[in-house]
Ligand binder design. Structure first.
Ligand code: VGL
Ligand code: ZN
Length: 198
């Protein structure tokens, strides 16, 4: 059984959003296309409390995109984004939410960030996504969404670690590229770890 994982296709990562990914809205028609052929669809949703430790504003004197130590993990500081219950955290409105079997929220604890849809960056808590998928007989996952160099990458690599066969639908992903080669390097790393790039 194959599952499609839609990663963080949320308003704040789309043009006009608080942490807009360049050309991010290009993933929407591509994701809609993939959804038409998927048996099982799940989605991850970045869902932060206002006092989240990944927000630069919560660290006086620190700037956006700076890296700090957050409870012993390196943390890139971001603009305030995907605050729980706000329009920025909502899914792109053209996605057919009725087709999504389960939504896994992440980044919900203020003290730790979570790029992967499977568990947080310190691997301290699981979202339950791997067990949920296995419980439905899923052996293969296709990953798409935002952003290639953060949440898509960590979700795809964790899927490998969880024992799934993983395909990256690269045409249905866009990245942040804080450094110009970040997306390219993320794709290389995924390929080296066994992700099929298609
Ligand atoms: C993401 C940065 C911060 C992502 C989420 O969805 O890739 N990136 N939070
Ligand atoms: Zn976030």
């Amino acid at each position: 059984m194959n599952a499609l994982i839609l990663v963080d296709i949320q308003n704040d990562f789309l043009p006009g959003g608080a942490l807009a990914v360049p050309d991010g809205d290009a993933v929407i028609p591509a994701a809609i296309q993939l959804m038409q052929h998927a048996d099982i669809i799940v989605a991850t949703q970045d869902w932060h409390p206002p006092d989240h430790g990944s927000f630069a504003v919560n660290h006086p004197g620190c700037a956006v995109f700076e890296t700090i130590d957050l409870h012993d993990l390196p943390q890139t500081l971001w603009p305030v984004h995907c605050v729980e219950e706000t329009p920025g955290a909502a899914f792109a409105e053209t996605l057919d939410l009725a087709r999504i079997g389960k939504i896994f929220r992440k980044g919900t604890r203020p003290e730790i960030d979570s790029y992967s849809g499977f568990h947080d960056n310190g691997r301290r808590h699981s979202t339950g996504m791997a067990d949920w998928l296995r419980g439905r007989g899923v052996t293969h996952v296709t990953v798409c969404g935002l952003a290639t160099d953060y949440c898509v990458k960590f979700t795809a690599l964790d899927a490998i670690d969880e024992g799934f066969h993983v395909t990256l639908a690269v045409h249905a992903c866009r990245g942040v590229n804080l450094w110009p080669s970040d997306v390219e390097e993320a794709i290389d790393e995924m390929r080296q770890r066994g992700v099929i790039i298609s």
